[in-house]
Write a protein that binds this ligand. Structure first.
Ligand code: SF4
Length: 199
């Protein structure tokens, strides 16, 4: 039986009297137990309406099912099939207007916390997993991508998966674009951006 709680498992966060004295991230992320409890709220809908709301088509019920099974690295691989930046998207994507808006659980109650689960999986991978270097056969073509913001990095990653030799050009000191220079630390820590760009 799925977890029919009407509300998402609450996101742990810094208390106001603590967070007003630092610039660290306010939301501190699910534990494995919390993530599995939230994953249990997913009904594994056969028609996957949530996927239609995801701009990059993450296979949402599949990755959530892997969390339920305890295969967090498998969930990470599933998300990475279509999303190059899961730790970033899990934090700053407007899920309430995208995947979670179309979640069937949102018809009567709160949607499944898809963004929170994506963030959990990405953070778990950063703490416990290894970045695998895929063995991709080169296709003999070179591509230059101008700008190492989220669009440029995603484009570069997708082209590299198809065998192109990609060079990314960036005018500023660090890769990440708006992720590095436009979103405050308490919302998206720079260390997370750097690790995700490296992955
Ligand atoms: S719509 Fe909601 S409940 Fe259904 S598969 Fe997607 S996340 Fe799970």
């Amino acid at each position: 039986m799925p977890n029919m709680s009407p509300n998402k498992v609450p996101m742990p966060h810094q208390e106001p009297n603590v967070r007003n004295k630092n610039v660290a991230e306010v939301a501190t992320g699910y534990t494995l137990e919390m993530a599995q409890e939230e994953a249990d709220r997913c009904l594994q809908c056969k028609h996957k309406p949530c996927v239609n709301g995801c701009p990059v088509g993450v296979q949402i019920p599949e990755f959530i099912a892997l969390i339920k099974e305890g295969d967090i690295e498998g969930a990470y691989d599933k998300i990475k099939e279509t999303n190059a930046l899961p730790a970033v998207c899990g934090r700053v994507c407007p899920q309430e207007d995208q995947c979670e808006k179309l979640c069937v659980r949102a018809i009567k109650h709160e949607a499944v916390g898809i963004g929170r689960l994506e963030r959990f999986v990405a953070d778990y991978h950063m703490a416990n997993g290894e970045n695998k270097i895929p063995n991709i056969e080169k296709n003999g073509h070179k591509v230059a991508v101008v700008g190492a913001g989220p669009a440029g990095l995603t484009c570069a990653g997708d082209l590299a998966k198809k065998g192109y030799e990609v060079t990314v050009y960036e005018a500023l000191h660090k890769a990440g674009g708006v992720l590095e220079y436009g979103i405050p630390e308490f919302r998206l820590p720079k260390a997370i951006v750097s690790k995700e760009v490296q992955a």
